[in-house]
Write a protein that binds this ligand. Sequence first.
Ligand code: SF4
Length: 484
Amino acid sequence: MQNFGCRATQADGAAIERQFQELGLEQAGGPSKAGIVVLNTCTVTASADQDARAAIRRIHRENPGCRIVVTGCYAQRAPEELATLPGVSQVIGNSHKHRLAEIAEIGPRISDFRLRTGSPARDFVPLLQLVGEGQGPTTEVRSHVFVSDIFAHTELLAAPVFEAANERTRPNLKVQDGCDNRCSFCVIPYVRGQSRSLPLGEVLREVNALVESGYREVVISGINLGRWGRDFVWGGRPRPPRFEDLVWAILSETSLEKLRISSVEPMDWSDELIQMMARSPRVAKHAHVPMQSASDRVLRAMHRKYRPWHYRERVEKIRAAMPMAAIGADVMVGFPGEEGDDFDETVRMVEALPFTYLHIFTYSARPGTPAAALRNQVPVHVARERNRILRELAAEKKLAFMRGFVGHPVEAITLQSSRSLSSRAELDDLPANQSGGVEGPVVFTEALTDNYLKLRLKGRHEPNLWLTAQVVQVESGTLFGTLN
Ligand code: SF4
């Protein structure tokens, strides 16, 4: 199983792994040893598509005998394109992901699918021949494609994601999928469908199970997380359930020590949500508020639902309520028609607001989206330069924020690994008072602060502990600290 892309895709991948386990299949020790390899793809940019195609080619080269099953957002958007790639045995869109293991396991005996499921396999499209883009007049295709109208689907795949590497201590739980907005640059609604939420009871069950397994922090995520609950039938109640109700329920009905909220769209940062986050020590002080642009003209062309002054007001409220919180944003540069003046407005907003980190994206035209049809595309070199300017600005702001913690205590959770820094380069990188002039290895434990800063804690510490550390220095984008 190989996952690409965002947290939501990782969560789908975890749910697919559960499906295979329920069928009694086990993880192989890597693609070269597997009988079936599932590639869970992303299609948010052209380079995400390219990465998926490169992975398919590599796996087919290394293990020509395995069946490659491609799923995810790219599979939903362009199944035929993927079906023509050598080695691909099945393409299963997001529409059919909830039954992926069953379909993949049956594999070539695909006619059994109708028998086992008891439902007609009407969405199953056996592609025998089709013209592949740039591949000559006809291409023989042996893949089976399972894709249907994503807007007709209401299933929500959900399983906590336990990230590899050193973050096994902070599982991510997807509680919402799909999106009812239509931002003009975004392909996600077309590949993930309408907004739908994991019922409250199921969220609480998953969180309680994670708490019982010993996890101390859980991250809740979604494609448009702030819309959680709006799709529920709410007959008899005065209003539909809202995201604030979900946060409140997790705090009051589980004993989770720390809840971290991933990205929430600007207009869903209600006063109530901000206050709940500010007042509860059990909610990580971390607000991610997608901005995209600070130009009103560009925001309108993007079909974003807020104006720059709304955005500014929300972020200022968050900062006023939580002076030490991490505040992050997604910013897009090079949207079609973005003039120098529009970009300058974004730069001024970034300078003025108390961001502690930014995710900066360069616009990438996605086939089928309204923005892709706009004629005034921004030249690549201009978009790259704007990206560079914002990255530098973001790095300066982050550093200034981090420096403010030197000499102060911070709350942090220890991650999976301790690192022994022993190479000359690594030791030279250390603050003088951390290496202490010692020639031998210096051991640090990686940690993440409540407000989303990387911390290296001197000494070896168990993973998954909330500790209070004293920050002694900032170096290479990391806080260095010791235990009080
Ligand atoms: S809010 Fe806009 S950018 Fe985000 S998933 Fe929905 S359509 Fe895409």
